[in-house]
Ligand binder design. Sequence first.
Ligand code: SAM
Length: 446
Amino acid sequence: MKVYIETFGCQMNVADSERAASGLRRAGYELTDSADTADVVLLNTCSVRERAERKVYTRIGELRAETVDRHKPFIGVMGCVAQLEGASIFRSSSDVDMIVGTRATDRIPVMIERLQKGERGLIDLNERAENEIWDVSPVERHSPHVAFVPIIEGCNKFCSFCIVPYSRGREKSRTADELVAEVKRLKEFGYKEVHLIGQNVNSYRPKTTRGLDQVSGATPFSRLLRAIAETGMPRIKFTTSFPRDFHPDIVSAIEEYPNLCDWVHLPVQSGSDRILKAMRRGYTSLDYRRQVERIKTANRRLALTSDIIVGFPGETEKDFEETLQLVKDCEFDSLYIFKYSKRAGTPAASLNDCVPEPIKTERFLRLERAQRDKQDRIFQGYVGRTLTVLAEKPSTRSAADLVGHSSCHKVVNFPGDSALEGQILDVTITAAKTNSLYGQRAEVVH
Ligand code: SAM
């Protein structure tokens, strides 16, 4: 049987799809890259904002239309929408045959077997089994050069706007010895970069210190960073960091190890203490500015990126102006701006002091403009400088170019052919675009 997996949402979903694909192939299924030829279509879904959640139903409708003239594939909904909505998905769409929660990835092969035997309406929202290991085959990874390595699943933070604690359960960290072994294996396979991923990577807290005993550090996460850096993996990035748990020792670890990349993603969400309190973030604007100060005074320049929500219930013009000021002061290398989206079941959903949609849009655009001014200046500052770039794949814009990321996580396009893919190159920046840089290869450095 051929299985097609389509992934929406964050890196965690990408990693879950890779894990699901590995398990399916081990169980004898073939993976295909198109729904047209598939016997089973799995939609790995995101529910962080309402628009993302609606996508799954649009996609199911499209699949129904596309497969009308042929044998209908089984359709499975997996990921965050599956976990949150459970059996109600069957009521919303009669085309869905099975629902796979966020911790049921490894049981998909058994569920498909049951579908083949004629069972319908299958649903698994249970926890992962105790003995399950995170085992992803290199063939299923989204890139042959960059690998996602989940270090922690779930979230304990319960920010009032956020659905993640409900869709992904409580924080559960993998042990450091398992992670170090995985990164060593990836290095042997030729991977040049790993991204340590999780909703809040710096809340990493494994049950045992196995794998951390030989490394020092103020927190389990900063120790893990040092242990992973010691593997010699050429480039290590990590995302997302949670401000309340951002210990300055993380910056010290980056300063010590050149293979810990020059980038921190630290979502602030708002610059207003009143709104941060209503969001239950557990820090103030000043606390955040102190973290930023440490990042900005590191012994090499670290890129800083962030997330902001505009239009949280009760956000006044004054609150918004505080956010605007924080964005101007922090000089983010890039910023993801979201309009607040009400998520059923979260504490903020019961707040009815709604910001009207036109005001949300206006604030979104003002913030975007302020960020654009800062970002243009930061990006222009790279012109004439040489960055180390991992050549990842051909550019979609020009057949003569390759695209990759710098150590500071900028998208960089430059002339080059496929023979260079997978190499870390020196690229001298010649032009700054809105969200990317363009350059010329200086020399091969590795
Ligand atoms: N765990 C990280 C944190 O809390 O800092 C980020 C997790 S979330 C998957 C990614 C981003 O989506 C958040 O940083 C936030 O800006 C945005 N987001 C989450 N819930 C939202 C909501 N209800 N409405 C709008 N944006 C939201």
